[in-house]
Design a binder for this molecule. Sequence first.
Ligand SMILES: *Cc1c(COP(=O)(O)O)cnc(C)c1O
Length: 385
Amino acid sequence: MDDKLMLMIPGPTPVPEKALLALAKHPIGHRSGDFSQIMAEVTENLKWLHQTQNDVLILTGSGTAAMEAGIINFLKRGDRVLCGCNGKFGDRWAEISKAYGLNVEIISAEWGAPLDPEQFRERLEADAEKEIKAVILTHSETSTGVLNDLETINRHVKAHGEALIIVDAVTSLGATHLPIDEWGLDVVGSGSQKGYMIPPGLGFVSVSPKAWEAYKTADLPRYYLDLGPYRKSATKNSNPFTPPVNLFYALQVTLQMMKAEGLENIFARHQRMTQITRAALKAMNLPLLAPDEAPSNAVTAVRPPESLDAERVRSVMRKKFDIALAGGQDHLKGKIFRIGHLGFVCDRDLLCAIAALESTVRELGYEGAAPGAGLNAANKVAIAS
Ligand SMILES: *Cc1c(COP(=O)(O)O)cnc(C)c1O
């Protein structure tokens, strides 16, 4: 059906109507007083969302632009860095770092498992010469639905003293408690089409004073993503280049919505969506990729048995119910499907998606659970919490 599409992928995420309407307004001049006012409000509210007094800079680009900016502004050619790799986005960190000639040491875990903080501790403690300049990792690994234990890994980084901690928080910011100042996170990148509830196009980077110190001696090539000019312009509520003005209108609206809901409530809602989803899938006897100890609040990945084709599940869900689920990436392509529950998502969306999923797997001949078991389990969680 036209206009019935329900996006249940971990980005782009659904956009509230208020934000869609804001997008439809005429653009205004980005050097105007009116735009400066929006910029001022948006920047202040971003700091609130990021739980930080650090600079939060806004880039035109997707989340990967924020990641790249997080590398090239703070490191030097040949710097030794530790990269955590347990999924597509951890791998992306390593690829960017290698592309810029960094000396990359990878700490990996199987896709679907969280990174082991002990491995970070060992490498950092062994580094008496303080050669490791940064520890780089993804908080919520969207490709597998795993949340890495950033808090513990960061503690080991702090004990090391020298290394910066650089974090991809693209699907944890706005979904999971991530207190940047309390933990002392140096560089944190994210993107607009995820927890921010607006379309793709903006990247966000928060930068600590320690990272700005490193900026002074960083020597990797950069121009459009040089954060210095962004920082300078931000003091005047402006941008070095023309920003996507309409996305700022939408961001202004969604940040106001988030403030009205409150951080605690936002995190609790995402946790609730995660619990509803996981309970339902378990009751359907569909194996979850991420363990109970480390679920992302943004996305749940399912690895169905051989007899139930993940791509056929997605295709029936899309064709029959207008519900878009995400597939697997790289070697998990065709092997898993992922249910996004990030951003503008409520109980109704999940209950509806689970009912549709039960119908879908039934149509595909799956007999691993009693019909209705998933929805029943989901309801139990939804009603109790
Ligand atoms: C979406 C996402 C990104 C950014 O991807 P873009 O396509 O560049 O926006 C980076 N990291 C994670 C964990 C993501 O989920």
